[in-house]
Ligand binder design. Structure first.
Ligand code: SAM
Ligand code: SF4
Length: 453
């Protein structure tokens, strides 16, 4: 994240946000940062320089939740040195464990749930007036996400289209910490995107836990229609969406990959398991065969489509045969990438009542096997791009080497390339010369026309 605080700001006007978890949390952090910028606060890289510290938390698995508590402890110690500092805990753990956090950590000034992110300015102002600790964790019924100031000229931006989730996959805590699903109106979404484009944004990613169940509360517009509307906004040069649920991936959405040129050649389609029996236990509402049919249809619509996924190993009752079926599906699909996790029992969920039959060592063993296989597949998929010219949206310089420019191809691959600093913030043709495990290497071709690609 590019940060550029004004040099002459004092500690009293600086905010540090530590974000855990998914893109939804990143979006919420960006929103809080934007809202606080209206009140004169600038972001800083180092927590010890800030007047306001926000920990935006994730509870999807046990590990990130535990990390929250050690992080609160760390910032509490900082606050001891500077008692005026405001310490706020937001996000999914805050939603779920507000009272516990306040009791255990008296240094915390406010706990803000997933629906109160938009209230950040009010909450800070109340704390400044001495009204704390504040607990704001109620779910609201509507999906109001007002437009907020964004870092000007950000070349790529997320736009939330839905909040919450109604799917209740049996392992998942999201419906309990983010509430029931609600969609923003298409009018609000389009206004947000028009503003972003006017400020220089070229790539828009529509965001939701299950974007393809989007339904405009005013006009009844569904997700494929929303995609058409957004693709028609002048200046939107690249369009992406995440996450899709296989059960709601309609023929109309599949054919959007044929119709909409600006729709990037990438879909993130979580598989979770390759065993239809386990999928039923997970309440995913599709079978292995149906998942494979969707992949075929998508690849018929867009032959070069990159597909990434999420997979859980060691779900209660997952046998060696079930796990073998997951590996088989991976062989069939050849995913470009996969986020893989060991099952983690979460409070409130249905799976938490099942006996966790796969022990930790066995979960780790299965995860290693799966990740090794995925590594091979990712490298094979990356090699297909060598010796081709790809349009790359250059976003900055490589963390490892500031002389190297970095960006993403339409297939959502990280591309590190020899280019110029002026390329940053533009779409640039890059000749791919090498495939690595997690990235592609290339050289910018400045005289090549993107139109001819
Ligand atoms: N809404 C998206 C979906 O349906 O896939 C993403 C939900 S979640 C933020 C991201 C991933 O975390 C899920 O796809 C799943 O693989 C994983 N996950 C969720 N709950 C989990 C649990 N209890 N144990 C392990 N992994 C989990
Ligand atoms: Fe969780 Fe399932 Fe909703 Fe994704 S679709 S957020 S995995 S309940």
């Amino acid at each position: 994240m590019h940060r550029n605080p004004e040099k002459n700001k004092t500690r009293g006007q600086l905010v540090y946000i530590r974000t855990f978890g998914c893109q939804m949390n990143e979006y919420d952090s960006e929103r809080m940062e934007g809202l606080l910028s209206r009140d004169g606060y600038d972001p800083v890289e180092r927590p010890e320089e800030a007047a306001i510290l926000i920990i935006n938390t994730c509870s999807i698995r046990e590990k990130p939740e535990e990390k929250t508590y050690s992080e609160i402890g760390r910032y509490r110690d900082l606050k001891k040195e500077c008692p005026d500092m405001i310490l706020i805990v937001s996000g999914c753990v805050a939603q779920q464990r507000a009272e516990e956090i306040i009791e255990r950590f008296p240094a915390v000034d406010a706990v803000i749930g997933t629906h109160q992110v938009g209230e950040i300015s009010n909450i800070v102002s109340k704390i400044r007036k001495g009204r704390g600790p504040i607990v704001a964790v109620d779910f609201s019924d509507d999906c109001r996400i007002d437009s907020y100031p964004r870092r000007h000229g950000s070349i790529s931006a997320f736009v939330t289209i839905t909040q919450g989730c109604d799917n209740f996959c049996s392992y998942c805590i999201v419906p309990y910490v983010r509430g029931r699903e609600s969609s923003r109106t298409s009018g609000e979404i389009i206004r947000d995107i028009e503003e972003l484009v006017a400020g220089g944004t070229a790539e828009i990613t529509l965001l939701g836990q299950n974007v393809n169940s989007y339904r405009d509360p005013e006009r009844g517009l569904e997700f494929p229609e929303l995609l058409e509307c957004v693709s028609g906004i002048p200046g939107v040069r690249r369009l992406r969406f995440t996450t899709s649920h296989p059960k709601d991936l309609s023929d109309r959405l599949v054919s959007a990959f044929e119709r909409i040129d600006t729709l990037c050649s990438h879909i993130h389609l979580p598989l979770q398991s390759g065993s239809s029996r386990v999928l039923a236990e997970m309440n995913r509402k599709y079978t292995k065969e149906e998942y494979l049919e969707k992949i075929d249809a998508l690849r018929s619509a867009r032959s070069d489509l990159a597909v990434t996924t999420d997979i859980i190993v060691g779900f209660p009752g997952e046998t060696i045969d079930d796990f073998g079926q997951t590996l088989q599906v991976m062989e069939q699909v050849r995913f470009d990438g996969a986020y893989s996790f060991k099952f983690s029992s979460r409070p409130h969920t249905k799976a938490a009542r099942l006996t966790d039959t796969v022990d930790e060592n066995e979960k780790s063993r299965r995860l290693t096997i799966l990740q090794e296989l995925q590594k091979e597949h990712t490298l094979l998929a990356n090699r297909l791009h060598v010796d081709t010219i790809k349009e790359v949206l250059a976003t900055g310089t490589s963390v490892r080497d500031p002389e190297v420019i970095t960006g993403r191809s339409v297939h959502n691959k990280v591309v590190n390339f020899n280019g110029r600093y002026e390329d940053i913030g533009t779409l640039i043709p890059v000749k791919i010369i090498e495939a690595r495990n997690n990235s592609l290497l290339g050289e910018a071709i400045h005289n090549h026309s993107i139109r001819s690609m």
